[in-house]
Design a binder for this molecule. Structure first.
Ligand SMILES: NC(=O)c1ccc[n+]([C@@H]2O[C@H](COP(=O)([O-])OP(=O)(O)OC[C@H]3O[C@@H](n4cnc5c(N)ncnc54)[C@H](O)[C@@H]3O)[C@@H](O)[C@H]2O)c1
Length: 267
């Protein structure tokens, strides 16, 4: 059994982007620590498969909800549905992020539609999650909101590592819209930490470094050479920070950004 301060058995968690690489690990970790979890994603097939797997593997109490976090209408409906089916949400994890069709286009030619699409999900989607679930947490005087950012909201990417780097059959980089969106949500995180600070709602962030998920050898080598620990992260290495911020172990922590990057941002 987890130590009592990390125990999540009293928590009802809404986790967005649950069907993704980190989301599916976050879901498992939250369930292992006893939380009930509302899994939210726009990819219904992956989401349903994940919910089934977690129910079978971990006998966890999860439900899944298909929703677009960038839609105010869908988020309001989600809030009502989760509350009526599962009860009062105590933890919100804003983890969803979008890759638009021309996500890796160079800055000079980056289409405005792609910019808007990514900002809608990565920034407006987080704001909507906070707007829907935060006020009831504040009214009850208890809650934790965790925004998943990136080291590239904190430092700029080293552009040299992308030469010859491939992922899922195409050349990759970190576009400006990604860094911009993550830096914006760091601002929102700090704003809401003070806004709800004396209402018992803590608002924090986690900034993951690069997670290995099948990038080519060139990328892995070049990226890893920038990391003091000499390697990329495994997908489950972000979960410790999440459990800490979701639980009473971090009861006096708000407005913080836990950077989980093997030391990349240190030098
Ligand atoms: N993987 C990494 O190396 C890495 C590094 C730093 C930060 N991050 C951050 O961690 C979070 C998770 O990343 P990931 O690697 O698991 O990404 P992922 O692409 O595997 O998962 C993102 C999930 O969000 C969902 N999603 C996208 N748009 C949505 C929308 N409009 N509404 C609802 N759901 C939507 C997708 O369907 C997907 O399941 C993101 O915020 C990402 O920016 C990831």
């Amino acid at each position: 059994m987890p130590k009592v301060e990390f125990d999540l058995s009293q928590e009802l968690v809404v986790l967005t982007g649950a069907a993704g690489i980190l989301g599916s690990q976050f879901a498992r970790a939250l369930v292992r620590y006893g939380a009930r979890v509302a899994l939210v994603d726009c990819d219904g097939l992956k989401l349903e498969a994940l919910a089934r797997m977690i129910t079978e593997e971990l006998s966890g109490e999860v439900r899944f909800y298909i929703a677009n976090v960038a839609s105010a209408e869908q988020m309001v409906a989600l809030g009502q549905q989760v509350e009526s089916e599962l009860g009062q949400v105590t933890v919100l994890v804003n983890n969803a992020a979008a890759k638009s069709p021309n996500f890796f286009a160079p800055f000079e030619d980056f289409p405005l539609e792609d910019w808007d699409q990514v900002m809608d999900v990565n920034v407006t989607g987080v704001m909507l999650g906070c707007q829907v679930f935060g006020p009831t947490m504040a009214q009850r005087g208890y809650g934790s909101i965790i925004n998943i950012l990136s080291i590239y909201g904190v430092v700029a990417p080293d552009q040299r590592i992308y030469e010859g780097s491939w992922y899922e059959g195409r050349a990759i980089n970190t576009p400006a819209v990604y860094s911009t969106s993550k830096a914006a949500v760091w601002g929102l995180t700090r704003y809401l930490a003070t806004y709800w600070g004396n209402h018992g709602v803590r608002v924090n962030a986690i900034s993951p470094g690069g997670v290995f998920s099948g990038q080519n050898d060139m990328f892995v080598r070049r990226y890893s050479a920038r990391v003091p620990m000499g390697r990329m992260a495994e997908p489950d290495e972000m979960s410790g920070a999440l459990i800490y911020l979701a639980s009473r172990a971090s009861s006096y922590v708000t407005g913080q950004n836990i950077i989980v990057d093997g030391g990349l941002t240190v030098w």
